[in-house]
Structures are given as structure tokens and as C-alpha cells.
Design a protein around this ligand. Sequence first.
Ligand code: ATP
Length: 518
Amino acid sequence: MAQEDVFKKLVAHCKEYGFVFQSSELYDGLGAVYDYGQNGVELKNNLKKYWWDSMVLLNDNVVGLDSAIFMHPTVWKASGHVDAFNDPLIDNKDSKKRYRADVLIEDLMAKYDGKADKEVEKAKKKFGEKFDEALFRETNPRVQANIKKKEEVHQRFVKALNDNDLAELKQIIIDYDIACSISGTKNWTDVRQFNLMFGTEMGSTADGATKIFLRPETAQGIFVNFLNVQKTGRMKIPFGIAQIGKAFRNEIVARQFIFRMREFEQMEMQFFVPPGEELEWFEKWKDIRMKWHKSLGMGDKKYRFHDHDKLAHYANAATDIEFEMPFGFKEVEGIHSRTDFDLSQHQEYSGKRISYYDPEKQESYVPYVVETSIGVDRMFLSIMAGAYCEEEVEGKDGKSEKRVVMKLPPVLAPVKLAVLPLVKKDGLPDLANSIVDDLKFHFNCQYDEKDSIGKRYRRQDAIGTPFCITVDHQSLDDQTVTIRYRDTMKQERIKIDALKELITKNVGMIDILKSLQS
Ligand code: ATP
């Protein structure tokens, strides 16, 4: 199936099974704003808990924070967001459609990469086991031509970004014949900068109101609380502050479902270190974060690092963790070495000293910062995309039928156990309900008595429930049930007494958290 079709199906699946709805759908929706439904919110909460526990529980030098969305307006002046939180935009004059100039050029580079990969795939099929991919990439003229074109674009692109040269960005778009996907024309406006912050007013009278912003990142709430947390928690450097919360960006191009939203959620951790040690910590956090992603079992090949083409003026190292979405490898998390920029700026703008006395070094300094910043919604999308699976299975009367199954990691699955009485009589619902009543304190259980068992299994597969149990007449006699495993569809009989231990071990976070430390 083409990847575009997979993506369309995934979006439809998210709606049909109560994971994600368009915001204000009743009023035809609001662009790039989404609501999470009954299953989506459970999955999202599990994701957040896994991140939180891996940061705050596993590291005794990382503590949490929950700072407000509204902040003093000078915060955003100090952080540079008022003057420089921009994206370069360009409009097509015929379709009136707006694009991000940098994204148009990045898509072009991905196209050249894609063409080279296609040649490699074709050759792989043709030559079978004898195929030497590295040699082929180095010597095949078609592959080389595409690599060369990409490299040409890449060099011009990086230089234009570093020089903040908007005319050159437009020139690249023209020189490489990039056309609007709607009108098909190359009739472009100039490239302009567009500030992404949402503004609003605080105060009751127009005269006395203050213009404030909805935070575009959670990080600044951490920086302005650095001294509060360090002093009250008696924290010693190196230490980190973790926070989960909403952020808002007036994105120019809102596409690709929950990948790019105007209201979204971030999980950020700022790690404060002595000056000079930041690059060592940057490497450590890169490893830790990549291990966290891979622990979820979506397949190691689906992740890669992508170093930034353009470093922000305050950063001395930056990389993204990308996941292979149905629309290509895309950023899910950023890891940045932000130097002492933020704390120094807040020191200057507030006029208050922000420094740390290091008892070991016996000196005071403004700490350096390594940040890990991940979008909850993008992470959610990556997990849903990785888990979505269509399979041919044996159905009724031995006929083959399709099942859609979300192979979600059990720790993240919204419902852990479905309890299904075989029939709605003979005391089976009572026994089934008593099992739910017993187990609901340990994990999320769902009772379902409607439709045939086959249909009920399919419904649970579609939301990724790792375990279903069927309560039948034998259950009344010997206190056993049939347990069915989602991925293998294998069934076996198990004592009701044994359910709690088996399921808790699989859906609880203890084992996966331990695996991060090994
Ligand atoms: P992009 O280049 O895709 O705009 P970014 O580099 O601006 O992203 P950061 O500022 O590093 O993103 O934000 C950290 C993380 O927050 C990103 O890795 C992403 O997961 C998430 N994020 C950023 N913008 C959005 C958005 N509009 N919608 C959803 N998640 C977002």
C-alpha cells in the first residue's frame, strides 16, 4: 500500500476509534487544532507518564515543574522570541496558498534522496544477496546524479539560512522549478518572515491592558524558575528540571494532521551543567533519549539523528531525533546545547543575578543548559503510525478476512484488558463484571457484551488492547477463562487468579523503565 494511503487510513482510524477528533468539528473545525477522544487521552496520558517517570523517577537529579502558560511579556523579549521567532513564508500568487520556504526546499532535498533510494531498491531486488549497497551508491551514475543535486541545494540552503538571506531562499525555489502543489505554477511572492507567537491582552480595560503571549515553548518557564527550584530543592549541578505542558504557535502551514498543530503539548527537560561540560552532556542525553524511543519496540530502523543545518545563534550543538512517518523521516524530538544564553538573557533583562555557586569548583557561574524537547502529539502520531497494521487472517468458515490491529506497546495501550462474556445470560455477565471490579484498580479494563465474540475481538484489535478474556460456562465451574493475545491471536485457558500478575507484568512500566537503565 502506498504510504499516502496508509496515512489517510490512519487519520480516519484515529477518528473512527475515538483517538483524535478535529477541534470544533460541529462548526466545521478549526485549522490545526485537535481534540483527543476516549482512547486518545489514555494513550497520551500513558506516553506522558512513561516520559515523566523516565526523567523524574529514574534520575535523582531531575525534578519536575508545572509553570503557567502566561508569563511576563519581557520573558519573550529576553528569550529572543519577540524579535526572532519567525518562519520564512512564501505565497503562490495563483492558488493563494501559503508555504514555508524552508519546508519547500527540504521537501525538494528529500525528493532527490528518495530517487537515489529507489535506484538502490531496484538494484537490490535485481542482484539479490550479492548486492553491495555501498559500492552501488558510490558508482551508479543515476544515484550519484541525485546525491550531487541534493548536495548542491543543501549547500545553498544552509548558506541562505545562516545569512538570513530571504531573496536567496526564493531564488533556490525558482532555480529548482519548485511548483505549487495546487495551481502547479511557479508564480511566487517574495519570502517574508512571520512571527509565530499568539498574542492576547491581560487586564480589564483597554487602556490598562498588557499585551502578553501564549507561550510558544515550555522551556522559558523552567529558566525563570531556575533559582527557585535550585534553592528550595537544594539542587547541585548537574541537575535537570522537567515539565510537560501546552505550547502555542501560529504555524503558517498546518498540515499532516497532529504533526504540526497550533496548540500542542511539549515534554521538555532542561539540564544545567558547568560551562565546558555541555557537549559531553549533550552526547549523553542524545544516547539516553534515543534509547527511550527505541525501548518502545517500534523498530530501531525507524529512528535516526539529524543534525541541524543551521544552529540557532545561542546553540553550540543541536540534533533532532526523527521517526519514519508515512510521509518520510520527520522530527519528533530536539536535543539542543543552549549554552548560557537563556539564563544570561533573563539575568540581563530582569536585572537580577542568576548564578550558581559550585562548592566543588569553589566558584560562581551562570550554568550551561542541555535541553531535550519532545512534542507529545508528534510522539503520539509516531506511535500510532508505527503500530497501525492491516493483516489477512482466517475468519468465519475458514475464509480469509482483513483485520486492522494497532500493535501498540502494551504499556501505552489505552485499554489493557477487555472482558467478554460469551453470552449475555446464565450468570456469565456477573462473573465477567466481578473480574473487572477486581482488576480495575490495577489497569484499565473494558467490559463488552455486544455482538459476536469475533466482532468484539476486532474492536479491541482496532484500539490496540493487548489482552482479551472470554468468560464462558466452564468459567463458572473451574474459575478459568480463555485469554487471547492481540498480536499472535493465540488463545489459552488461564486461571482467573493468575490474570492480575500476568497482565500487570506486561502492561506495567516497571520492566520497560528498568530496561532503560541496563
Ligand atoms: P519544526 O522544525 O518541525 O517546526 P521545531 O524545530 O520548531 O519544529 P522545537 O522548537 O525544537 O521544534 O520544538 C520541540 C518539539 O516540539 C518538536 O520536536 C516537536 O515534537 C514539537 N513541536 C514543535 N512545533 C510543533 C507543532 N506545531 N505541532 C506539534 N508539535 C510541535
